[in-house]
Design a protein around this ligand. Structure first.
Ligand code: GLC
Length: 420
């Protein structure tokens, strides 16, 4: 008995000593849109309490474009300041040289996630990131106002334009002078590339085809750019040319707009205690270009990865696996409407109760349209910048839809220079 006791103490002591020797300080960069930051901070603290490691939080800018610029600077300097970084779904091919292969740490956990996202995050056979949440562009609408004006959620852009105008005119006449038909992301950044991809896909267009050919100078792009150019100053505020996600959400959540294009995260916030539109919001697929067209939501989403320059790769990878686990994904979905990347969770009662759209619009998530990041590889950021600039030129009236599409084709071929 006595001997057993001694052995047990020795084991515990040994474990404590080992723990102290291995305790690491890990710095994680957390996204800043909606409840992403709070979740990242809370869950990282849970992991620290569980493992005995220490976590430091690094706050990122809210725009994906700004975050990429920041990471590229840090990578160029081989900075050890960040261990865990959150990366946009369009970046694995772009920053692949700076990320660690997570396969030695994942113990096969990647098999639980959507295979398409794992394929996206796997470059040259290396699993460069674990999925955190997935995204697709959605149409938010005011249920109460559609009912008031005898309207249905619009299926085509034509119906959409008419509905937005009718509600805007009616609400303005009733005294809400600054009421808007539609808010979306019209600023010149990655978010506009997502919006514009949705418009042109809805008319059957593409930026580049499956073989890598630049196919953007098409009637579909011209129709898409013309449609968008008709919005600022009519059913959308002129200021939309400078709106990112949180600007659009601010207007919609204050009850000042009939429709909003956004991502799933806006759902739980629209239902929050401080939301002016709580209980009044519906979510639908984005409209089609025509009755025969396609309803398209751009594919978005974020992953966690470990920087190759991390001094504590093992602890960092452990944090990544914790944050992307089923348990944490479920909590993030239920509390903050971030879409899980584990298909099983789309059958979970609590997830579906908190987010009816995750079940009703499951097809939208499955068929979300990817930006051409895989095919254009390291050139994707330049491709996207050319695309959002062209869309912004058309949207702001700086260029006609035809000129914007033609110049974009030229610019993309220049970036391609023969091959991607
Ligand atoms: C969302 C998406 C991301 C996209 C960004 C654009 O965060 O998840 O993929 O690049 O919006 O603003």
């Amino acid at each position: 008995m006595k001997q057993l006791h001694r052995i047990a103490s020795a084991v515990v002591l040994g474990a404590v000593a080992l723990g102290a020797a291995q305790a690491a300080t890990v710095t994680i960069s957390c996204g800043a849109v909606g409840a992403d930051f709070e979740n990242c901070k809370r869950h990282s603290a849970q992991w620290a309490a569980k493992t005995g490691h220490t976590v430091k939080i690094f706050t990122l800018p809210s725009s994906s474009t700004d975050i990429l610029a920041l990471f590229r600077q840090m990578f160029a300097a081989k900075s050890t300041d960040l261990d865990v970084i959150n990366i946009d779904v369009v970046w694995p091919g772009v920053i692949k040289d700076h990320l660690l292969d997570l396969r030695p740490y994942s113990k096969g956990a990647e098999k639980e996630h959507f295979p398409a996202i794992i394929a996206n995050n796997t470059v040259d056979g290396k699993l460069l990131a674990m999925p955190n949440f997935t995204d697709a562009g959605l149409l938010y609408y005011r249920k109460d106002l559609l009912q008031k004006y005898g309207l249905q959620p619009p299926a085509t852009w034509q119906e959409f334009n008419a509905a937005a105008k009718k509600i805007q005119d009616g609400e303005r006449a009733a005294g809400a002078a600054d009421f808007q038909g539609f808010v979306f992301q019209g600023k010149a950044y990655e978010g506009l590339s997502c919006n514009a991809l949705e418009w042109l896909t809805s008319f059957g267009g593409q930026i580049v085809d499956a073989s890598g050919k630049v196919t953007v100078n098409s009637p579909a792009t011209v129709q898409a750019f013309k449609l968008a150019a008709s919005w600022p100053g009519t059913i959308a505020p002129k200021g939309v040319l400078n709106y990112a996600e949180e600007d659009a959400r601010g207007v919609f959540q204050n009850g000042k707009a009939a429709f909003m294009r956004s991502w799933p995260y806006a759902w739980s916030l629209s239902q929050g205690a401080d939301s002016a539109v709580r209980g009044k919001v519906g979510v639908a697929p984005l409209p089609k270009g025509s009755a025969e067209g396609q309803a398209a939501g751009a594919l978005g989403g974020w992953q966690y990865a470990v920087s190759r320059y991390s001094k504590s790769p093992e602890a960092a990878a452990d944090l990544v696996m914790f944050l992307t686990s089923r348990e944490i994904q479920k909590e993030r979905a239920v509390k903050s409407s971030f879409n899980p990347t584990i298909p099983e969770l789309y059958k979970d009662k609590e997830v579906l109760e908190a987010n009816p759209f995750m079940g009703n619009l499951y097809e939208v998530f499955l068929n979300a349209v990817p930006r051409p990041s895989s095919i254009t590889g390291t050139k994707y950021p330049e491709v996207s910048q050319a695309f959002w600039n062209a869309a912004h030129d058309a949207l702001s009236g700086q260029a006609t839809a035809e000129d914007a599409a033609r110049r974009l084709e030229g610019r993309l071929n220049q970036i391609k220079r023969g091959k991607w």
